[in-house]
Design a protein around this ligand. Structure first.
Ligand code: COA
Length: 306
């Protein structure tokens, strides 16, 4: 695999990946932020250039120093030739199988390939498939020659992000790092020191949103990850069923659209309440789904991990 570093090539690759939305979304979203300052120090691997079949984004080596930190040790994959994936993933130069790690993608047909590689390594794989939701605006990037998304970062910074809510005396604001503990304490996949560090980094570098009650307390929120995916959506239990997440999402989506930042999200099968809210907000489920493989090396299986 080749390391693609040159800015012009990364822009060309990003435009080309748009044609494969929604399957390419994880890689497309990572390269969106790589091309805008690369705050997570990610790098892009590609099998050949300018014609390519497979693209993988991952953190640069100096970022993956903690073998237990799967929040950081995360790889994103898009391929036009799944049958060739095992030969690529087998190499420890591409995936460091000695660490706990996550692989994410939005394509059908990769599970069998990734499981076959894992069987040849001393690792245990936890596979999850969830619903991938996107809006019409993100889907349109696929066919549009216009730059619907992709304005300069200055535009993002100039917009304060504050919206008055339709609900009396509530307002939506951008999250800041002081909210990190609250988000971490309520994230089903968080609640530990590594996830707290990860959430802080996300909030510091990408726009997250929260709805404040009249006293200024956060009651509902969502965070953007380095792949442009919206995650960690949460409403405090005492405020549930009152349309708070929808209220938050209206402001959040308006902010992202104004600043031409693409977005999408996933929902677990059984989370009926979330399916209802995101559909009401204009998201549709994609048939390709959202997939994650968490790999745990045998030597680390006895240690506590999250
Ligand atoms: C999913 C979640 C964010 C929805 O937030 P919300 O602000 O309650 O959203 P809504 O008010 O639009 O409610 C959505 C649905 O949940 C139902 N609901 C959930 N909990 C409820 C409660 N305690 N009381 C009343 N209704 C509730 C609502 O009836 C509504 O269904 P409806 O449209 O048929 O009325 C919230 O339930 C939550 O934080 N859950 C735990 C974390 C989670 O699952 N996050 C999403 C990850 S994708």
């Amino acid at each position: 695999m080749l390391l693609l570093r040159e800015a012009k090539m990364l822009q060309t690759l990003h435009r080309s990946l748009a044609k494969s939305i929604p399957e390419s979304l994880k890689v497309y979203g990572s390269i969106f932020h790589i091309n805008r300052g690369n705050p997570f120090n990610l790098e892009v691997l590609i099998d050949s250039w300018p014609e390519y079949q497979t693209v993988i984004t991952r953190p640069q080596k100096q970022e993956m120093t903690d073998d237990m930190d799967h929040y950081t040790n995360t790889y994103h994959i898009f391929t036009k030739t799944p049958e060739r994936l095992p030969e690529i993933l087998e190499s420890n130069d591409v995936i460091n199988w000695d660490q706990i790690l996550s692989i994410q993608g939005c394509q059908q047909g990769l599970n069998e390939k990734i499981q076959s590689v894992a069987a040849s390594k001393s690792v245990q794989i936890d596979y999850s498939k969830r619903f991938l939701y996107i809006t019409e605006a993100t889907l349109q990037l696929k066919s549009s020659n216009k730059r619907i998304f992709g304005r300069s970062q200055e535009a993002t910074i100039q917009n304060t992000g504050e919206f008055r809510s339709e609900i009396d005396n509530f307002k939506s604001i951008l999250l800041n790092v002081s909210h990190s503990e609250l988000v971490n304490d309520n994230w089903k996949f968080g609640k530990n020191e590594k996830s707290l560090r990860y959430i802080k980094n996300c909030i510091k570098n990408f726009p997250g949103y929260c709805l404040l009650d009249p006293e200024g307390n956060p009651i509902s929120w969502g965070v953007m990850e380095a792949t442009c995916e919206l995650r960690m959506a949460y409403t405090l239990p005492e405020y549930r069923g009152k349309g708070m997440l929808g209220e938050l999402m209206n402001a959040y989506m308006e902010y992202l659209q104004q600043n031409e930042i693409p977005f999408y999200l996933h929902v677990e099968d059984m989370n009926e309440n979330s399916h209802k809210v995101v559909r009401r907000c204009g998201f549709s489920a994609m048939t390709c789904d959202w997939h994650q493989w968490k790999s745990i090396p045998t030597r680390l299986q006895q240690l506590p991990h999250f």
